[in-house]
Ligand binder design. Structure first.
Ligand code: ZN
Length: 305
């Protein structure tokens, strides 16, 4: 089955006309490398005679639907609607809020919010390869910033408890083009907290430019830390541009971004930036991430708004 590379809503609607078109797509890519039973780990299955795109384990007879163990499991609206939402979130530069999405697809706002939250969660880029200087072709920046309701244009480190503190890493080309970006919510600006983004996303030994904040001293030795306070403040600085872009997106689309959800918005933002080089497979990558994701119970999501 061909990877769907369409970019327009028209192409999307032509390709996915029914729920079964979506189910077929999920089933194909879910079991492309083979089947493994989630109950007994057996590798052989029959196709269900009664349910389309469902497999039955030959050993324990457990049925496996195309949506089981994906973000599409047990959703309270048609699968095609869920595909629509993923398509919109993956291909448009400015994603809609849950309220806008709910109105557009005539579904409950909470249901829309919950699904979008699960989708963002599935975008966590933990499996991606680490940021580095790409043999001297890339420049890597790390900086921290806050997102709050009343910022008043203030920059730099703020210790206001109401604001969400974020550390971000940007890998840019030498001409200031963006290659990749990752962000993490942090509790404070200590070396220990800042270190988390280095451990998670940056290859050891990478040359990293920061504003010279003392918290970064902790990384000395493991990384080649460079201080460039004035360079970081310039308008065309890639780090600065990403921070401004993230802030204006959050301000424009989401009126509230609580402590609990800021990281999932970061995931979506980073996913969109990081995939922008392969735009035509954007939707497909999003579907693959949705398949790989284990659905989590509602109670684990803090305060569904
Ligand atoms: Zn089994």
């Amino acid at each position: 089955m061909d990877i769907f590379k369409g970019m327009s809503l028209f192409q999307f609607q032509e390709r996915f006309k029914t729920d079964n078109d979506c189910r077929e797509y999920l089933a194909y890519y879910k079991w492309k490398e083979g089947f493994t039973c989630t109950k007994c780990s057996h590798n052989d299955a029959w196709n269900s005679p009664s349910e389309p795109f469902t497999k039955i384990c030959k050993h324990c007879l457990r049925p496996h639907s195309a949506t089981a163990h994906t973000i599409f499991h047990n959703i309270k609206f048609p699968l095609r609607t869920a595909f629509h939402i993923v398509f919109e979130m993956a291909t448009t530069t400015k994603s809609l809020s849950a309220l806008q999405m709910a109105r557009k697809y005539d579904i409950n706002r909470k249901t829309a919010w919950l699904f979008m939250r699960k989708y963002r969660e599935s975008l966590k880029s933990s499996g991606d390869y680490p940021v580095d200087n790409d043999g001297g072709d890339s420049v890597v920046y790390v900086d921290e910033f806050v997102v709050g309701e009343y910022e008043g244009g203030k920059t730099g480190r703020s210790n206001d408890a109401k604001k969400r503190k974020i550390v971000m890493v940007v890998e840019a080309t030498k001409r200031n083009g963006i290659k990749r970006v990752y962000g993490l919510k942090i509790k404070n600006y200590s070396g220990k907290e800042l270190r988390r983004i280095f451990d998670k996303h940056i290859a050891l030994g990478t040359e990293v430019i920061t504003d010279g904040w003392k918290g970064y001293n902790r990384m000395d030795g493991d990384y080649d830390m460079i201080e460039d306070k004035s360079g970081m403040k310039k308008n065309n600085n890639p780090m600065n541009r990403m921070i401004q872009q993230f802030k204006s997106w959050i301000r424009g689309v989401y009126h509230k971004s609580s402590h609990e959800h800021i990281e999932s918005y970061l995931n979506e933002f980073c996913f969109r930036i990081n995939r922008s080089q392969w735009k035509e497979t954007h939707f497909h990558s999003a579907i693959l991430k949705g398949i790989a994701h284990q659905p989590f119970p509602k109670k684990l999501i803090p305060c569904a708004v």
